[in-house]
Design a protein around this ligand. Structure first.
Ligand SMILES: NC(=O)c1ccc[n+]([C@@H]2O[C@H](COP(=O)([O-])OP(=O)(O)OC[C@H]3O[C@@H](n4cnc5c(N)ncnc54)[C@H](OP(=O)(O)O)[C@@H]3O)[C@@H](O)[C@H]2O)c1
Length: 302
């Protein structure tokens, strides 16, 4: 199978592309520098130089492929249009990567009890309205003769298998803990994020390519933790005694920026991946986030 993957030098796309190449597929990956071209080549991926703004390059690469995996950006509309228009009428799968902050609540570190699955309507915050509109646009191509599918991961953890090795939230928290000599969360840290291991996520992409129906939307999740629990595990991993620190929102924004703080570090995003288990037979089995922090890849990395 010929696969074209955007984000091939990144965490998600790199892991998916490396997995598919290792499984014997002919994978071409979009890269935007010679260094990244070399990096993806070492994982058996043929680099295609270009960016998400190069509509013609995207269009040609999509037409030459049997499958397109879009993992460079959950938000880049022009790239999506170029890729989908190239696939319209072909019947080919288009696997797009979204992100579960679309159901996030801005909560300043407080807990929310709202938990959603694929049957629940999505009412995004203004910061995520365009992402939700893009998802709707993508799924509308089910009526245009291709097979659009969206995978919507929650917090992803674990070391990537391809050129991009690190995710977002957990590495941010570990770096800050090392800097301060104590883990720190935004506000009380009672806010909860669902999570999924990169190994299990990669399996989900492979299953979606194989058998997800046109127009399907899948959350990716296999557990959840509050940010305080994550910080406590980081302190145990790093040997820091005492409880993590509760930063003010201003302090957290000074560390991570306002958008990241509000939408990914101090918010809740609690989802259930019912549909992937039910319709694709997805069976996540990697180590939990707590195990990876205290005894697994993050301890090894630290
Ligand atoms: N990590 C998570 O926990 C998570 C969870 C849910 C959703 N998501 C979403 O999934 C998407 C990918 O996340 P990630 O963690 O894999 O990010 P990442 O590690 O930063 O990888 C992004 C990849 O896309 C490429 N890229 C970005 N902008 C590009 C452009 N304009 N033209 C060409 N290539 C471009 C990057 O190339 P370079 O290597 O050249 O920079 C890199 O290969 C993001 O939209 C993110 O919000 C991530």
């Amino acid at each position: 199978m010929k696969v074209f993957c955007t984000g091939a030098s990144g965490y998600i796309g790199g892991s998916v592309a490396a997995h598919l190449a290792a499984a014997g597929h002919q994978v071409t990956g979009l890269v935007r520098s010679p260094e990244k071209a070399d990096a993806v080549r070492s994982f058996g991926i043929e680099p295609a130089m270009g960016t998400l703004d190069d509509a013609e390059i995207l269009s040609r690469a999509a037409q030459a492929a049997d499958v397109v995996v879009n993992a460079a950006s959950a938000d880049h509309r022009r790239a999506v249009v170029a890729l989908l228009d190239a696939l319209a009428g072909s019947g080919k799968p288009f696997i797009h990567t979204s992100g579960s902050s679309i159901v996030g609540t801005r909560a300043r570190g407080e807990r929310s009890d709202a938990v959603v699955d694929e049957d629940a309507p999505i009412t995004p915050t203004p910061a995520r309205a365009a992402r939700v509109a893009l998802n709707d646009f993508i799924l509308s191509y089910r009526d245009k003769g291709c097979r659009p599918v969206i995978i919507c991961p929650s917090l992803i953890y674990g070391i990537g298998h391809g050129a991009g090795r690190d995710s977002v939230q957990v590495p941010l928290l570990i770096r800050l803990a090392k800097k301060r000599g104590n883990a720190a969360h935004a506000g009380p840290g009672e806010n909860i994020w669902s999570n999924v291991h990169i190994d299990d996520l990669v399996t989900l992409y492979a299953l979606a390519i194989e058998k997800a129906p046109a127009g399907a939307f899948f959350f990716a999740e296999n557990g959840e933790s509050s940010m305080r629990e994550v910080c406590e595990a980081i302190n145990r991993m790093l040997g820091f005694a005492g409880p993590p620190v509760a930063m003010s929102m201003q302090e957290a924004a000074a560390e991570w920026g306002e958008g990241t703080t509000e939408d990914t570090m101090a918010s809740n995003s609690r989802v259930r991946a019912k549909r992937a288990r039910r319709e694709l037979g997805w069976q996540p089995k990697a180590q939990s986030l707590m195990e990876e922090i205290e005894h697994g890849c993050y301890r090894e990395q630290a």
